[in-house]
Design a protein. Structure first.
Length: 452
């Protein structure tokens, strides 16, 4: 028999509370939920808002969370997926001893009175049943009175006691200053008047570090996007999303970027004329020197983005294949880490490869889900990237299969609708190269191909 969702959610929250060891969740403050939101994002790469976490931890919560929220909670609790969390709870319930009794257990005999009581003479007559139960009746009446008072209080103030008042709708729109170029400034237009005196903030992407306060009379906010991709900008009040917009920062063909850390806010833009030669997309180490990137740090990433609409092709049904390598003599770094991204409207694919000894550093993403090489066996993604490797990704009705050099290495069922495909990225630790890439419909029709 399937386990109700609320039971699994309660079990998952208990696992998280035990892992955090912050005390009873009833005593958590706003800063605790903010910290938890940041920890979940860091661990799973999935953002759960402060307001969502507060609702999830309310005792009376009975709604159905978004599948990606459930996946993030389960992964943060230490499970591979929400389904794995359900299985664990089911196994525990199956293993638990039965609690039902075919016959009621006999009431244990009351302990004998102390000897002093037995020997003391009694000057009282027989004690009636009503006299014996009088204290209990009085207690019951007192408890009933308290319950009635509390019920009256909550009935008069239901919104304050259980759920925050709904927020009004706010007009929210945006426009880009350039069509396909980076950096790109986006102008956001909004009207905060319906919020009256409430304080609002703006967040331009998943990164909460990019959240900025807005003044009540403010009508516009300009944000610079340094990376292409499919971003979600949002207006927020008290951690609750009032309005959001999808921002598609597109490129004109392939755009090469470099950075020291994967989360650097501003990359190095590489010259467009210097990354394609002899039918291969890739940059030489000297190109990095030309943009003042310090290669002596021995830790840098090079990316190639192609972000645009790919028609009606969705992340639930498509075929993608590419041939790539990451040679040390061409500027690759020790672990040869090489990654393929597929940006979708509702999430991101990240398919990695690396030298076999470095697979614990890898992350594997599916829309709404993230898996870590420190918690999973990614040995099949370990390859010598000094040679060309063919990496392919096939999704059919949300069932995803990954192949490397024709060998199936991983299968996965999507937890949500990925939505339309919005872009591609190759990212290398070091420089890395791509020989060709081809994107097809689920029926095998070529939608996009580039042989460079």
């Amino acid at each position: 028999m399937p386990i109700p969702l609320h039971e699994t959610l309660h079990f998952c929250k208990n696992q998280i509370e035990a892992q955090l060891d912050w005390g009873e969740s009833a005593g958590w403050k706003q800063r605790d939920y903010e910290r938890l939101s940041g920890l979940i994002l860091k661990e799973t790469e999935i953002s759960i808002s402060l307001s969502t976490l507060r609702r999830l931890w309310k005792p009376e919560y009975a709604a159905t969370p978004h599948p990606s929220t459930l996946e993030a909670l389960a992964q943060f609790a230490g499970f591979e997926s929400w389904h794995a969390c359900q299985q664990q709870l089911h196994q525990r319930q199956e293993a638990a001893p039965p609690t039902a009794q075919s016959e009621p257990e006999p009431t244990p005999n009351p302990p004998p009175p102390p000897s002093s009581a037995m020997s003391a003479p009694s000057n009282q007559g027989p004690v009636s049943d009503a006299s014996r139960f009088a204290p209990w009746i009085g207690s019951a009446l007192l408890v009933g009175a308290v319950v009635l008072v509390l019920f009256s209080m909550f009935a008069n103030h239901p919104a304050e006691s259980f759920e925050a008042a709904p927020l009004p709708e706010v007009a929210f729109d945006h426009r880009t200053t350039v069509t396909r170029a980076l950096p790109n400034t986006v102008i956001f237009d909004f009207d905060l008047a319906p919020l009256e005196t409430k304080e609002a903030t703006f967040q331009q992407s998943w990164n909460e570090a990019e959240r900025v306060p807005l003044t009540p009379d403010q009508r516009h906010h300009a944000a610079v996007y340094y990376y292409p991709g499919f971003h979600r900008a949002r207006l927020m009040v008290d951690g609750r999303i009032v309005a959001d917009r999808r921002v598609h920062i597109q490129t004109e063909g392939w755009l090469p970027l470099a950075r020291y850390k994967r989360r650097d806010t501003r990359p190095f833009y590489l010259p467009l004329e210097a990354f394609k030669a002899n039918g291969i997309m890739g940059v030489q180490p000297e190109t990095l020197d030309g943009v003042q990137l310090d290669r002596s740090r021995n830790r840098y990433w090079v990316s190639y983005y192609n972000v645009r609409d790919f028609g009606e092709l969705t992340g639930n049904d498509f075929q993608l294949a590419a041939r790539l390598r990451n040679r040390l003599e061409d500027g690759g770094l020790t672990c040869q880490q090489s990654e393929l991204f597929v940006f979708c409207e509702n999430g991101v694919y990240l398919i990695p490869m690396a030298f076999a000894g470095c697979v614990s550093n890898l992350s594997l993403w599916f829309p709404g889900e993230s898996l870590s090489g420190r918690k999973h066996d990614f040995s099949a993604f370990g390859r010598d990237l000094s040679e060309w490797r063919e990496l392919s990704l096939t999704a059919e009705a949300g069932r995803v299969t990954i192949h490397i050099d024709g060998d199936p290495v991983y299968q996965h069922q999507l937890a949500l609708d990925a939505g339309p495909i919005k872009g591609l990225q190759f990212r290398f630790l070091g420089t890395g190269s791509v020989d060709w890439v081809e994107l097809k419909s689920p029926h095998g029709e070529t939608v996009y191909r580039d042989d460079f």
